[in-house]
Design a protein around this ligand. Structure first.
Ligand code: SF4
Length: 694
């Protein structure tokens, strides 16, 4: 009955949570959504959805929703209600005054991976064309920016290579730093189906995720490495593959840069990368590493899936490169069943990166120093663009302390809660003179804001999301925005109030502009999305129906590029004062900082974040299940309930970051990836002690 569009009371849209991007059907009665169920025709989910998606409509109706714009001169003043026109003018006047006093580069904007492509495109256009600088960044900075760097450097494009369905052709699956059954449940189910059919499984993770040993599924190898040693592990796997002659010589000859391969081969064969030598670093016995490498290289189609356990490290970008090296060395690129597959945490991480929401890249991953690319946008937008990269999120904080960055437009993002070292972030926000927060709820960042604009939920807007398999799917407006306007309309109003004329009647016109200016999107339109249901980019004259599998005949950059990946230990060392390593993850029923899932019916299933601690470490500290424990790091301290579990290894503790009161990011530090500044969320040296009730 409903294929890709809508009937009077059923409207097809896309889940606003994780990077699977399930197609959902909203059932509407009057102006209310009464149910949300999976779309049988959904290309990413084939009629499945998880507990988060099924209940997602709950938060859209929640009484906590912001419905009126509010303004205040100082963050110590009480909020006062304002009309949209007043609030937008108030923000624009403040931004203009800041620029007059401190210079054009003193303001910037942040986009969210929870907003649509069209909204993200408009915010970066606002920053570049109306603010006149490149100070725009996305929350992908704190999750998958190393994916962009690593895959672009090796393959030539910042995206995963496969469709989710590709896993059904995989013979060996390697999961690195990812927990699909909790983080990407619908893909997790598909993966389990393939594993039950007999595909082999290698898990590289410091913690025993469910797939290591669950009903009818047992990993062939669990390389339970120490947090922060991914690169040493990837090098050891590659050392075995090359050293034992298990690499795919024909693929490398035909598809890869031979000089770069020769350099890498010399590097990787050095005995310091052998499993025997690296065992002291990773903590994993050499025989396990050798066995896993032989299985991956010799077991047929090998597919690698990875997540934030790869990217959120001081060597996140190096590890993405190391994964690309492994896939190229084994010839596992360019056909179904193989590939390098970053599982994105948020629904539109891929899209927000595609849309140019980075300080160094215009839409379509074209560097701001590229004269031809800049000229294209200058002509279309009628402005002169800066040719130097702007500020990344952490640079914005530093510049706020220096007194050179004073104003921020923050759409759909809660940096005070989701970025590391909360104390540092809050101090930077306090140092600014105008912060505009547009969100569904009064979030933690709003405490430092001068202007609050009600955000629109995914049920209240038209647009598109791009999931982890580069699939562009429609988001359809099911009901009117509670606050009166969609996020894209607010951005447009602010641009006009800043003196830059911007006008669109509908998000489809924004997509038409994106398509006209971005070669990989040339063939995308709402009309085509209505016909096809979804499209995987690149979609253009060379691929009019999109591209499910990338790099089939050649890499986007031409020849695949092997790059050396030297392991460098993190600065976050354990000491007598901080003897344990804290690492973080997610659970099935909650999504990120929980702002949405805590306001739906699945909330009660997991009311707090909990600290997992190994029995040995617990006993040493006199800790038993359910005790309150204090966790201290170099950055700060918090208190959680303890759960004694051998899922974690001795010396490692683990928690989630879904609840604001548990303050996981109070204890995470400022360390970050050397190439992209993605925070090192996965490795924090801590001490854990039993405490009385907080
Ligand atoms: Fe699908 Fe992810 Fe939404 Fe669950 S949270 S319904 S897996 S998109």
């Amino acid at each position: 009955l409903i294929k890709h569009g809508q009937t009077d009371d059923h409207i097809v849209t896309t889940c606003a949570y994780c990077g699977v991007g399930c197609s959902l059907v909203a059932e509407v009665k009057g102006d209310q959504v009464v149910n949300l169920f999976p779309n049988k025709n959904g290309h990413a989910n084939h009629g499945h959805a998880c507990v988060k998606g099924r209940f997602a409509w709950g938060y859209a109706n929640h009484p906590d929703r912001l419905t009126k714009p509010m303004i205040r001169e100082k963050i110590t003043d009480p909020w006062r209600e304002a009309s949209w026109e007043q609030a937008i003018q108030f923000a624009a006047d403040k931004f203009k005054a800041i620029q007059a006093k401190y210079g054009k580069n003193a303001i910037g904007g942040l986009v969210s991976s929870r907003c649509t492509n069209e909204e993200d495109y408009l915010v970066q256009k606002l920053v570049r064309a109306a603010f006149g600088n490149n100070n725009v960044d996305t929350c992908a900075r704190v999750c998958h920016s190393p994916t962009g760097y690593g895959l672009s450097a090796t393959f030539g494009t910042s995206a995963g290579t496969q469709s989710f369905d590709s896993v059904m052709d995989a013979d060996v699956v390697m999961l690195i730093g990812v927990n699909p059954t909790d983080g990407h449940p619908v893909f997790g189910s598909q993966l389990k189906r393939r594993l039950r059919q007999g595909a082999k499984l290698v898990v590289v993770d410091p913690r025993e995720i469910n797939l290591v040993d669950s009903a009818h599924i047992k990993a062939d190898f669990h390389l339970k490495l120490r947090p922060g040693t991914n690169v040493a592990m990837a090098n050891a796997l590659a050392h075995v593959i090359v050293g034992e002659g298990l690499y795919d010589e024909a693929f490398i000859d035909q598809r890869c840069d031979s000089q770069e391969f020769a350099k890498w081969k010399d590097f990787i064969l050095d005995p310091r990368h052998s499993p025997e030598e690296t065992a002291a670093i990773t903590g994993v016995p050499a025989e396990q590493v050798r066995g896993a490498a032989r299985l991956f290289a010799g077991g047929g189609n090998g597919a690698i899936y990875y997540g934030l356990g790869v990217t959120e490290h001081s060597q996140g970008s190096t590890m993405v490169i190391a994964i690309a090296n492994l896939a190229m060395a084994t010839g596992n690129i360019g056909r179904p069943g193989v590939g390098v597959n970053p599982l994105r945490g948020q629904n539109n991480v891929q899209g927000s990166c595609d849309m140019g929401a980075f300080p160094h890249e215009l839409p379509g991953y074209r560097h701001v120093s590229n004269d031809a690319a800049r000229a294209t946008f200058e002509q279309a937008w009628g402005v002169e663009l800066q040719n130097e990269p702007g500020l990344r999120i952490p640079n914005m904080f530093e510049a706020a302390f220096d007194g050179t960055f004073k104003g921020l437009y923050c759409q759909g993002e809660d940096i005070a809660q989701s970025d590391p070292n909360t104390q540092h972030v809050e101090a930077a926000l306090r140092a600014m003179e105008c912060i505009v927060v547009q969100d569904l709820f009064l979030n933690e960042t709003a405490k430092f804001a001068h202007v609050l604009l009600p955000g629109a939920s995914f049920l209240e807007k038209d647009g598109t999301f791009t999931n982890a398999e580069r699939r562009i799917s429609r988001v359809r407006k099911v009901k009117a925005p509670l606050g009166g306007y969609g996020d894209w309309e607010a951005t447009m109003m602010l641009a006009n109030a800043m003196g830059y004329p911007m006008h669109y009647d509908h998000p489809s016109q924004i997509m038409d502009e994106i398509a006209a200016l971005t070669p990989t999107f040339n063939g995308v339109s709402y009309q085509k999305l209505e016909q096809m249901g979804s499209i995987q980019w690149p979609c253009n004259d060379s691929a009019p129906d999109g591209t499910p599998t990338m790099h089939i005949d050649g890499f986007v950059r031409g020849k695949g590029r092997f790059m050396t990946t030297e392991y460098v230990a993190t600065d976050e060392k354990v000491t007598r004062r901080f003897p344990l390593i804290l690492t973080t993850g997610r659970i099935l029923s909650q999504y990120n900082v929980g702002a949405q899932t805590r306001r739906t019916k699945n909330t009660a299933w997991h009311p707090e974040d909990i600290l997992e601690i190994h029995p040995h470490d617990a006993e040493e500290r006199g800790i038993v299940d359910g005790d309150w424990v204090g966790i201290q790091s170099r950055a700060g301290e918090t208190v959680l309930h303890a759960k004694v579990s051998s899922r974690v290894q001795p010396g490692v503790v683990y928690t989630t970051f879904h609840h604001p009161f548990s303050g996981a990011n109070v204890i995470t530090t400022d360390n970050s990836d050397w190439a992209t500044n993605c925070p090192e969320f996965k490795v924090t040296a801590v001490q854990v002690v039993k405490v009385a009730l907080p």
